[in-house]
Design a protein around this ligand. Structure first.
Ligand SMILES: [Zn+2]
Length: 268
């Protein structure tokens, strides 16, 4: 099979590696700078979110109220459910934080390929491989027990775990990196697939709008939302709280991407 990406090269921060789709003629210097900003931003967001969940008993009243509201909004969890799930939520955010703190590879591409061809809307992708698939190279596929969502009609959508599966590297569309905060959110979304085994809903299309504020139509229940990559990524971004220039994020972030743009796809 012809080589499609450059060999992985360490980012100058030393924190992660990049490779570029060969045929795309991408501006590697520029993209490397932008990717560095996106990764730093995602790290700062994860640190803040983890910290907030960790300080559970020390949160100010309004901070606690915000966490409750976001949990209800993104996961459909009422207060008692949040209490019940707090510990596992914290563990999941910690998993993401430690994953982004370790070496990983981002494959930058001009277009995202899916089983149906080139996706017009996806900004990222993580591919899922079966148990017997070959793992090689410095960035081995990580084993995970993924979740899958099923729509039971009137009974609602539920997700369950199966597996194991092996997750490939994160692919991100080059054009996304021009927007640091959008790229950070999509990175966290892809990390939810890769390191938590989260899904994109029963039809693989479970995304919030680019501002993270409009829920998808026909909201599923808490049974499914708790394990969707986009709900988790937005929950994390939102509870991370006020963003400032220290995080390389605008004070009033405007999540301006093309209208139908958020998303990724997970291929199996
Ligand atoms: Zn996704």
């Amino acid at each position: 099979m012809p080589k499609r990406f450059t060999d992985p090269k360490d980012h100058r921060s030393g924190d992660f590696s990049l490779s570029f789709r060969l045929e795309a003629e991408l501006d590697q210097t520029e993209l490397s700078e932008q990717a560095g900003r996106a990764v730093r931003s995602a790290k700062a967001i994860l640190l803040r979110a983890r910290n907030k969940l960790e300080r559970r008993n020390k949160l100010k009243k309004e901070e606690m109220e915000a966490v409750r509201q976001y949990a209800k909004y993104y996961f459909g969890w009422e207060e008692n459910k949040l209490e019940e799930r707090w510990k596992s939520l914290f563990k999941k955010v910690k998993t993401l934080e430690s994953a982004i703190g370790n070496q990983f590879l981002i494959k930058i591409t001009d277009q995202i390929w899916t089983t149906d061809g080139i996706s017009q809307t996806a900004d990222g992708r993580v591919r899922q491989f079966g148990e017997n698939s070959k793992k090689e190279g410095p960035f081995q596929r990580n084993a995970i027990t993924p979740y899958v969502a099923t729509d039971y009609g009137r009974k609602g959508i539920a997700s369950r775990q199966y597996g194991p599966a092996y997750m490939g590297n994160v692919h991100i569309k080059a054009s996304l990196f021009a927007q640091t905060h959008s790229a950070a959110q999509v990175l966290i979304h892809e990390f939810c697939h890769k390191y938590l085994g989260f899904h994109d809903g029963p039809d693989g299309n479970w995304y919030f709008d680019t501002d993270g504020e409009s829920p998808p139509e026909g909201a599923a229940g808490e049974r499914a939302l708790g394990e969707t990559a986009d709900a988790m990524a937005w929950f994390i971004v939102k509870i991370a709280g006020k963003m400032d220039n220290m995080d390389m994020i605008a004070v009033n972030p405007t999540f301006t991407m093309p209208p139908s743009s958020p998303g990724c796809c997970i291929l199996s």
